[in-house]
Design a protein around this ligand. Structure first.
Ligand SMILES: Nc1[nH]c(=O)nc2c1ncn2[C@H]1C[C@H](O)[C@@H](COP(=O)(O)OP(=O)(O)OP(=O)(O)O)O1
Length: 158
């Protein structure tokens, strides 16, 4: 891993035809609805980081996770590349609770609040919701404008 790369997790929870999102109350992406997650610590695997962040931010304990995508984000003028590993939670325990970082809420899958989310979400959520694995790259100017991107379906993820 290059020193300019940061590994992050993004954990998606679904039930029936609804998806659980959290309104980020502070930090990176504040004010946006998003899945749960954050930075992977040095002493944990990416999957362990995903499980830890999900519990910290939503109160849910993931029992079974599947990696569904990898997204890379670059911001003009910033040498750091964010590598976000996206997981689907296949099984979990508990009920979502509001935490210091996130206010969780279920959304029907046909009413995802894309206008209040990262602008890349409307591009890759349709693949995610259909169960298609994906890899993406997005170059941002600020937090609202995507200058260019690539998004591809993949059969396998590392
Ligand atoms: N463009 C993007 N689209 C998206 O859907 N999720 C993104 C995204 N860029 C980052 N994320 C996700 C990854 C991760 O789950 C979260 C950022 O988590 P972080 O823990 O880094 O944020 P914080 O600034 O709150 O970190 P701390 O300083 O550790 O509290 O946002």
């Amino acid at each position: 891993m290059s020193t300019n790369q940061k590994i992050l997790t993004l954990v998606m929870v679904r039930k029936a035809n609804a998806i659980l999102l959290g309104l980020k109350k502070r930090g990176f992406g504040e004010g946006k609805w998003n899945g749960f997650g954050g930075k992977v610590e040095n002493d944990e695997t990416v999957a362990e980081g995903a499980i830890r962040e999900l519990e910290e931010e939503s109160g849910l304990v993931a029992k079974c996770l599947k990696k569904v995508g990898i997204l890379e984000f670059e911001f003009v003028g910033n040498p750091i590349v964010l590598e976000v590993h996206v997981f689907d939670v296949l099984q979990y325990e508990g009920e979502p609770v509001e935490t210091e970082e996130m206010q969780p809420q279920w959304f029907p899958e046909d009413s995802v609040p894309y206008e209040k989310m990262w602008p890349d979400d409307i591009l890759w959520y349709p693949l995610y919701l259909k169960g298609i694995k994906f890899k993406g790259y997005f170059l941002y100017q600020g937090h609202d404008t995507i200058l260019k991107y690539t998004l591809t379906q993949v059969d396998h993820l590392p």
